[in-house]
Design a protein around this ligand. Structure first.
Ligand code: PEP
Ligand code: MN
Length: 363
């Protein structure tokens, strides 16, 4: 079932004047007035118009730095006055919303731990009813597209039309180089359903490490997303939260300059735009295939251990014949050639036998 959303595109909010990517940048957390002002100064120097800073921080452990609270909203006001920037921060409760409205915060975002929770989403939507403030909804920490859409619907029903999303990846127990699984497939699905909705990627929380920001930002652009929300701090290694993933304003400037941005407006849609978006999708699928293979080999190892315990031979020819013939039948129905399926499955099976034999050889 598709859920209609009545949305005003990000380009019509009047905040993002430069071409793609629309950029929101600033520290993970507002820490001190000096840190906020110094970071905003560095960012405003190269045309960043929207400043972010967390005031209330959702932290895993109590006792970690949980944000400076309302004091930080005064600093955000100073950023507006001094540098003419728009400011945005995260809200998680009705009280946060009221404080943001009182202090004239220009955009608010809902964090990944909050968008998972329909009760909180409804509370926030009710508090926002009757306002015109743009709201960005980060994806829920778990890869649940419906939950994400549900959060958007609640806000939309409360009359919020300046709605956008921030894709920051999903919690995972898989061993990947990033802090969160990019899970681009879900982002692509949401983008396809609501192409007019302002769509940001947050490479900082996806990566968890500044080394990966360039590649993830490029991927977001190749997928045709509108903007980036990036954490930037005047002195990243001393940040009170998320120190490893923040960039100095200067390094953010370099990152943005290195991005290859291809137009994807419908008027000048040409071959290159199309092919790059498709290739980016292929890259995402290939990464998923590799992760699946890794998982499959993990299971093979467990099977190897199990067979060893029970003194059973690795190669089970009858079972293997059965698997192959089932796969070939399915492939026929999917219009994939038998030869291709046989070749791929044989290679996977060979690797699986190799992995199991290795277990057997271990004493
Ligand atoms: C943040 O943007 O600082 C933040 C807490 O992000 P997320 O909700 O994506 O973890
Ligand atoms: Mn952060």
């Amino acid at each position: 079932m598709t859920h209609e959303l009545d949305i005003i595109p990000g380009t019509e909010w009047g905040f993002f004047t430069l071409p793609r990517p629309m950029c929101i940048a600033g520290p993970c957390s507002a820490e001190t007035e000096e840190q906020v002002m110094e970071t905003a100064r560095g960012l405003s120097e190269f045309g960043i118009h929207v400043f972010r800073a967390g005031i209330w921080k959702p932290r895993t452990h109590p006792g970690s730095f949980e944000g400076v609270g309302v004091t930080g909203l005064k600093w955000l006001n100073k950023v507006k006055e001094t540098y003419g920037m728009k400011v945005c921060t995260e809200v998680a409760t009705e009280k946060h919303v009221r404080e943001c409205i009182n202090y004239g915060v220009d955009i608010i975002w809902i964090g990944a731990r909050t968008s998972t929770n329909p009760f909180l989403m409804q509370e926030i939507a009710d508090a926002l009813s009757g306002t015109d403030i743009p709201v960005l909804v980060k994806n829920p920490v778990n890869p649940d597209l419906d939950l994400w859409v549900g959060a958007l619907e609640r806000l939309n029903r409360a009359g919020i039309r300046k709605l956008g999303v921030v894709h920051r990846g999903f919690s995972t127990s898989a061993s990947i180089p990033y802090r969160n699984d990019p899970g681009w497939k879900i982002a692509i699905e949401l983008r396809t359903r609501y192409p007019q909705m302002a769509f940001f990627a947050d490479p900082s929380h996806m990566a968890g490490d500044r080394r990966y920001l360039q590649e993830l930002s490029q991927r977001a652009m190749d997928l045709g997303l509108d903007g980036l929300m990036v954490e930037s701090h005047c002195n990243p290694s001393c940040a009170w939260s998320d120190a490893r993933q923040q960039l100095t304003p200067q390094d953010l400037r370099t990152l943005l300059e290195r991005l290859v941005i291809r137009e994807n407006s419908s008027e000048d849609k040409n071959y290159r735009d199309g092919i790059d978006t498709l290739r980016a999708r292929i890259d995402v699928i290939d990464e998923q295939l590799l992760t699946l293979l890794q998982e499959r080999m993990e299971v093979s190892r467990s099977i190897g251990r199990y067979k060893k315990e029970h003194n059973v031979a690795i190669l089970q020819a009858v079972r293997w014949e059965q698997i192959l013939s089932d796969m070939v039948k399915r492939a026929d129905a999917m219009d994939i050639s038998r030869e291709a399926v046989l070749a791929i499955m044989t290679a996977i099976h060979d690797e699986s036998v190799r992995v199991q034999n290795k277990i057997l050889e271990q004493l």
